[in-house]
Design a protein around this ligand. Structure first.
Ligand SMILES: *[C@@H]1O[C@H](CO)[C@@H](O)[C@H](O)[C@H]1NC(C)=O
Ligand SMILES: *[C@@H]1O[C@H](CO)[C@@H](O)[C@H](O)[C@H]1NC(C)=O
Ligand SMILES: *[C@@H]1O[C@H](CO)[C@@H](O)[C@H](O)[C@H]1NC(C)=O
Ligand SMILES: *[C@@H]1O[C@H](CO)[C@@H](O)[C@H](O)[C@H]1NC(C)=O
Ligand SMILES: CC(=O)N[C@H]1CO[C@H](CO)[C@@H](O)[C@@H]1O
Length: 485
């Protein structure tokens, strides 16, 4: 599943497009502590993430990004050039619009630090001059091998979004709005399936995921209709008790109310200015003029439909989906160190080759009975970081080990019988997705970083002593064979 090198690049590509009618003049994009401003006006911005390579397979991202940015610049599409693109998430390309940096509490000025998460209503930017922005609102989650299809209800996403705007948020981006698919051998990360559907408002195939799509669209229309009051209104908060609260946005002649019931199971009845309102558990009501409920996050009006995939006769077993198998030849060229890639040292699996998720490591070594390591109790110790390791000693399967779900580094150790004379150890490492997150994640080694050692245990007067033979210097990497059908 590797080939993850481009994710970090495409996660950073984040453009927000707005229809700005006056294309000819440079658009002034800035921000204050309340909102992004466009030509001096505060705006409510709702956007959605799409990773282009997961939507259309025509797979290199760096190439793509460079090309797109150059095209965008040539056409003067960045706001500073008079165009409609107002925000970007790419460092090093000088494009003249505000910088945002997601989930980075120490982002330096003038960068705007933003929130990623399931809920962001409690988020506060690190600077009073930065507006409250939500760059990754997780509409669902990715799917793991063997895991359930992740689901996040339309009601809960709507609750999170409404609450964010109720609490002063003015910019919100769905992660994902359309998740798509990882094509080829790529994946979103360790143990993540090739599907990146994310339970997003647009599904993996680009179809509407109802009622989520419709329920959120209604909410966006409501929020946009209140843009002025949400970005300029004075804010008053009311506490109704029992986790029920209200926020009133008011200008001189208008007001808008948000009533929130944060109880997960209990509905609430509240009285406000002589009227009674029913607020279902875990929901937000939005009231025009503070007297007319126009939206409630738990009341879904959008019709749900069920899509059914029709199998067409010709498609029953398309050639491309047929299973084929062949026995793995132990005399395979790769096992003799003659694969597509070979090296006389341990190397990081992800840079060894890019045609397979498997890599063979082989070593031949000669042991004399008088070698210091020779004893009645010898064991093989392998420090590995691939998710799966299989070990063969002199043609026999010795055993294997798997990494746990979140710790990939482990030490395999097992007793072995070796021959006086030549011996052969073969390690097969398999990866199920490469590391995708964390400081310097690209430098984390995959496969067998070593050491690979023979431990001889010898008893003497003092006690049991270990003698170690490091096989590190005589390893041969084998090009992949398992996946190269
Ligand atoms: C994209 O990649 C292709 C093939 O590697 C190359 O010919 C082309 O010049 C690249 N384009 C850009 C914009 O880097
Ligand atoms: C907000 O309140 C202040 C002080 O009461 C008032 O001067 C101002 O006009 C109000 N703003 C709006 C948009 O109503
Ligand atoms: C290293 O491996 C080669 C074969 O790949 C073998 O001929 C040689 O004896 C090995 N060296 C040692 C020190 O075991
Ligand atoms: C195993 O390898 C990792 C990664 O190279 C290293 O950080 C760790 O210290 C090694 N562990 C042992 C027991 O050698
Ligand atoms: C990229 C990112 O934000 N990752 C976080 C996703 O959420 C999990 C748990 O919910 C965190 O552990 C990750 O750091």
């Amino acid at each position: 599943m590797p080939n993850f090198k481009f994710l970090c690049i495409f996660l950073k590509l984040f453009l927000v497009l707005l229809c700005v009618c006056n294309i000819a003049n440079a658009t002034q994009v800035s921000h204050d502590g309340r909102a992004i401003t466009i030509n001096g006006q505060r705006r409510i911005i709702i956007s959605g993430s799409i990773h282009y390579p997961r939507s259309t397979p025509e797979n290199e991202m760096q190439n793509f990004t460079t090309k797109i940015v150059n095209m965008v610049k040539e056409e003067n599409l960045f706001a500073a050039q008079g165009g409609p693109i107002i925000l970007a998430q790419m460092l090093s390309l000088d494009i003249g619009v505000p910088w945002i940096m997601c989930q980075q509490p120490d982002a330096p000025q003038p960068m705007i630090n933003t929130c990623n998460g399931w809920y962001c209503d409690n988020f506060t930017p690190n600077n009073p001059n930065s507006p409250k922005m939500w760059t990754e609102n997780w509409t669902g989650w990715f799917k793991n091998w063997g895991g359930l299809d992740p689901k996040r209800t339309a009601e809960d996403v709507a609750f999170a979004v409404a609450r964010f705007f109720q609490s002063g948020g003015t910019f919100q981006n769905y992660y994902m709005y359309h998740g798509g698919t990882n094509f080829g051998r790529s994946a979103g990360g360790p143990y993540i399936t090739t599907s990146y559907d994310y339970d997003a408002p647009l599904d993996e195939y680009g179809n509407l995921n109802q009622p989520k799509y419709g329920h959120l669209k209604e909410l966006h229309d409501v929020l946009h209709s209140m843009e002025k009051i949400l970005t300029y209104g004075n804010i008053t908060k009311i506490n109704f008790g029992n986790s029920v609260s209200g926020t009133i946005y008011a200008t001189i002649n208008r007001q808008t109310c948000f009533f929130v019931n944060a109880n997960t199971a209990k509905d609430a009845e509240i009285f406000y200015e002589g009227k009674e309102y029913h607020i279902p558990a875990w929901s937000v009501s939005i009231l025009r003029d503070c007297n007319q409920e126009i939206y409630n996050t738990a009341k879904v009006n959008t019709q749900t439909w069920v899509m059914e995939k029709q199998t067409n006769e010709a498609e029953i077993e398309p050639e491309s989906l047929k299973w084929v198998w062949r026995p793995e030849s132990i005399d395979d060229l790769a096992l003799r160190g003659n694969g597509k890639v070979s090296a006389k040292k341990l190397i990081d699996q992800k840079v060894a080759d890019d045609v397979s998720d498997y890599l063979w490591y082989m070593t031949n070594f000669y042991l004399h009975k008088n070698d210091p390591v020779w004893s009645n109790e010898m064991s093989l110790r392998v420090n590995a970081t691939g998710q799966v390791l299989h070990v063969y000693v002199n043609g026999e399967y010795l055993g294997g080990q798997r990494a746990t779900y979140d710790v990939f580094n482990y030490v395999f150790e097992k007793k072995i019988k070796l021959n006086p004379g030549p011996n052969k150890i073969i390690l097969l490492s398999a990866t199920i997705g490469l590391q995708n997150y964390g400081p310097k994640f690209d430098l984390i080694q995959t496969g067998v970083p070593g050491p690979v050692e023979i431990i001889g245990k010898k008893g003497d007067d003092v006690g049991l002593k270990n003698t170690i033979l490091n096989l590190l210097n005589n390893i041969t990497i084998g090009g992949a064979t398992l996946n190269s059908l």
